[in-house]
Write a protein that binds this ligand. Structure first.
Ligand code: OKP
Ligand code: ZN
Length: 334
């Protein structure tokens, strides 16, 4: 299975994040990628396919913001990483967006996603891995892996959050659409709901989004991922949310994933993108499901058994010592 990673992705290394009321060490560390690389025996550098496939998903003003935010933050006299701390409450009129502090809240939905001077380059590299894996599948590979780090599924068309800046799964899915696949599906099995991916395809009928995740009644990102969110307009019925409770083990997770795969089968995609997070592992420090390392191979086998050309993009997983084995187990199922 071909796998892709760009060394520049290691440069995004924020110092701290706001977590449950305190500043703590950032959980989405470069060592996550290093441990995965060791476990899977390295990866190819992706070809640079430029910004157009990223701009096919993300708004131009948001991309400009991501590139400019660190310099504007520094110009305001700040020494630490840029972190939003004030947000435009839903529905407010007369937004004044000329100040970096206001822009941070406009383009970020939480205080857990700092932007550093290296963030744009790292996120760009992460997006290129998703494109490289997608093109490998276009070229006939049965499945390919994008070691996306920073991850992507919380990033919307015009916002960042949840350690995510560019939505790698959405960029892969859109690239498949633009290459002529009429229907593309995304299966998101990270512990957290992929609100950004859901938002991007919310009113579209050409990209199906199915997610198995921790119930947003108890878990981040709270505002999205409830079972009654099913899409709107052309996208009505093309979003499927399957929230599960704390403590979920393989049996219940596998039943939910099968429901998602059945729905995707009825949709009939020509290509599948999997947003894979290993934060469903039993020892994950920020999550509360109970999957084991060997469970990931079984889950991947169920997905592979459906037979679609498949692009796997890396999302979360924060138990760094176990992460490599968990990812290797998942990929072995293909
Ligand atoms: C990114 B991914 C709440 C902490 C939430 C953000 C979690 C982002 C997860 N106190 N932190 O989906 O793995
Ligand atoms: Zn997650």
């Amino acid at each position: 299975m071909r796998r892709f990673f760009a060394p520049v992705q290691l440069t995004h290394a924020p110092a701290r994040e706001l977590h449950n009321g305190s500043f703590v060490a950032y959980a989405e560390v470069p060592a996550r990628a290093e441990t995965i690389l060791r476990a899977i025996g390295g990866a190819e550098a992706p070809e640079d396919r430029g910004e157009a496939p990223i701009a096919a998903v993300h708004a131009p003003d948001y991309l400009a913001f991501l590139k400019e935010a660190p310099a504007r933050w520094a110009a305001a006299g700040r020494s630490g990483d840029a972190i939003p701390y004030t947000f435009p409450v839903v529905g407010r009129r007369a937004l004044r967006l000329d100040r970096i502090d206001a822009l941070m809240g406009r383009y970020g939905f939480d205080a857990t996603t700092p932007i550093t001077a290296d963030t744009w380059a790292a996120a760009y590299g992460s997006a290129q891995t998703a494109l490289a894996a997608t093109h490998a599948v276009f070229g006939g590979e049965r499945a390919a892996f994008a070691l996306g780090r920073p991850p992507g599924h919380h990033a919307g068309a015009d916002y960042c959050g949840g350690y995510c800046h560019l939505n790698t799964a959405a960029i892969a899915a859109q690239a498949a659409r633009d290459a002529g696949h009429p229907r593309v599906a995304i299966l998101d099995i990270d512990y957290h709901h992929g609100n950004g991916t859901q938002d991007i395809f919310w009113d579209r009928g050409d990209v199906f989004y199915a997610s198995v995740h921790a119930d947003p009644a108890t878990d981040y990102p709270f505002y999205w991922g409830h079972a009654d969110e099913t899409g709107e307009g052309e996208g009505r019925g093309a979003t499927l949310n399957l929230p599960l409770p704390h403590g979920t083990r393989l049996d219940a997770f596998r039943v939910a994933q099968s429901r998602a795969l059945d729905a995707i089968s009825r949709f009939g995609p020509g290509l599948l993108v999997v947003s894979f997070g290993a934060d469903t592992w039993q020892g994950d420090p920020i999550s509360r499901f109970s999957l084991t390392t060997s469970d990931y191979a079984l889950l991947a086998r169920d997905i592979a058994g459906a037979g679609w050309p498949t692009v796997v993009v890396m999302e979360g997983g924060y138990a760094v010592d176990a992460l490599g084995a968990n990812v290797a187990s998942f990929l072995s199922g293909f």
